[in-house]
Design a protein around this ligand. Structure first.
Ligand SMILES: Nc1nc2c(ncn2[C@@H]2O[C@H](COP(=O)(O)OP(=O)(O)OP(=O)(O)O)[C@@H](O)[C@H]2O)c(=O)[nH]1
Ligand SMILES: [Mg+2]
Length: 323
């Protein structure tokens, strides 16, 4: 019966705390169907959850940090200046390098299994959606669905620091970039243009030599003034995730940033995010139209004419588009 349930019925059940319904709801969102677009009218108008993106190179400790932050947030979370625990925490695990749920993510789910038994925690891996828009659209849609299901705090773990990952990272309310002691990471971060999307730098594995150097390198890069124009200087926090060290500093940084977002910067960012999402949806729609055009007999006929040298490709495309 559930498999046939209408999306709005799923949303109602998910709102009421039904985790099976919530999982199905996210599958609908992930599949980019007509149903997912109908659903968007309800999910995107719900008060948005605060989402913390955690990104960084493989093995820097993102999953360990996520795991420890779930526990910390359930105990003490600073929201709007008042300390209280969050009622439920969502976690989205995203691997842009894999079209499937990869081994690393499965491993993470094993590690987070302790939380999976906690009814206040909802953990989900997101696979690449469809051909157009992909994860940079699927992640905000999933965040909207979790918001509609009354989650107020969601952690999005994204593997890697390439362009796709930066794109995904920029869809969260706040982005934390995890680096580890050592020159390599800091330089990689600078190259990947991460200074613009990072709202917080976490130097994890600070139990290893070189944490202070990594911190100084990052501070210097920030001093050189690359990018940001919104008056927020990303804090640099040291953590040892495996020993629960520095987590309070991360939560304090989150609270500080929430304060920053209550000002004009928050409105500007919300506007920029909305425009970026609409741009991606429009681009995906146009890409679908192009795919449809390319698979028509008229297109094949025009291609044959261009191949035979009886017409030029610009004229052929202009004629197809105006037809
Ligand atoms: N020494 C030390 N090791 C850590 C720390 N945090 C995590 N680790 C270890 O680093 C390894 C990688 O941790 P993960 O949390 O899986 O890293 P990740 O960034 O999620 O890795 P991917 O998802 O594969 O990109 C594990 O063996 C952790 O136990 C830390 O603060 N100090
Ligand atoms: Mg991981």
């Amino acid at each position: 019966v559930r498999a046939l349930a209408a999306p709005d019925a799923l949303l109602d059940a998910a709102r009421g705390g039904d985790r099976v319904a919530l999982a199905r709801l996210l599958s609908v969102v992930e599949n980019d169907s007509a149903a997912s677009r109908t659903l968007a009218a309800a999910t995107w108008t719900a008060p948005p959850a605060f989402s913390l993106g955690i990104t960084g190179a493989p093995g820097t400790g993102k999953s360990t940090l996520t795991d420890r932050l779930i526990a910390a947030a359930l105990e003490r979370f600073v929201a709007d200046g008042a300390e209280r625990p969050v009622s439920q925490v969502g976690v989205l695990c995203v691997d842009p390098t894999s079209p499937f749920s990869g081994g690393a993510i499965l491993g993470d789910r094993v590690r987070m299994q302790e939380h999976a038994l906690d009814e206040r925690v909802f953990i989900r891996s997101l696979a690449t959606r469809g051909q157009h828009g992909g994860l940079s659209v699927a992640v905000p849609d999933a965040l909207a669905a979790l918001s509609a299901a009354r989650f107020e705090f969601v952690i999005v773990e994204t593997v890697g620091v390439g362009q796709v990952e930066l794109d995904v990272a920029s869809t969260t309310t706040m982005t934390a970039v995890v680096v580890t002691p050592g020159w390599g990471d800091a330089m990689q971060a600078a190259k990947a243009g991460i200074l613009e999307v990072a709202d917080l730098f976490i130097v994890n594995k600070a139990d290893r030599p070189g944490a202070a150097d990594a911190r100084r390198d990052l501070a210097q890069m920030l001093d050189l003034g690359a990018g940001r124009r919104d008056g927020w200087r990303p804090p640099i926090v040291e953590t040892v995730a495996t020993e629960d060290r520095g987590l309070e500093d991360v939560l304090d940084a989150v609270d500080g940033f929430r304060g920053h977002l209550r000002g004009p910067a928050g409105e500007a960012r919300a506007l920029a995010r909305a425009a970026a999402m609409m741009r991606k949806i429009a681009a995906a729609g146009l890409a679908r139209s192009i795919d449809a055009l390319v698979s028509t007999p008229a297109f094949d006929a025009a291609a044959a004419e261009v191949a035979a040298g009886t017409t030029d490709p610009y004229g052929a495309v202009a004629a197809l588009l105006s037809a």
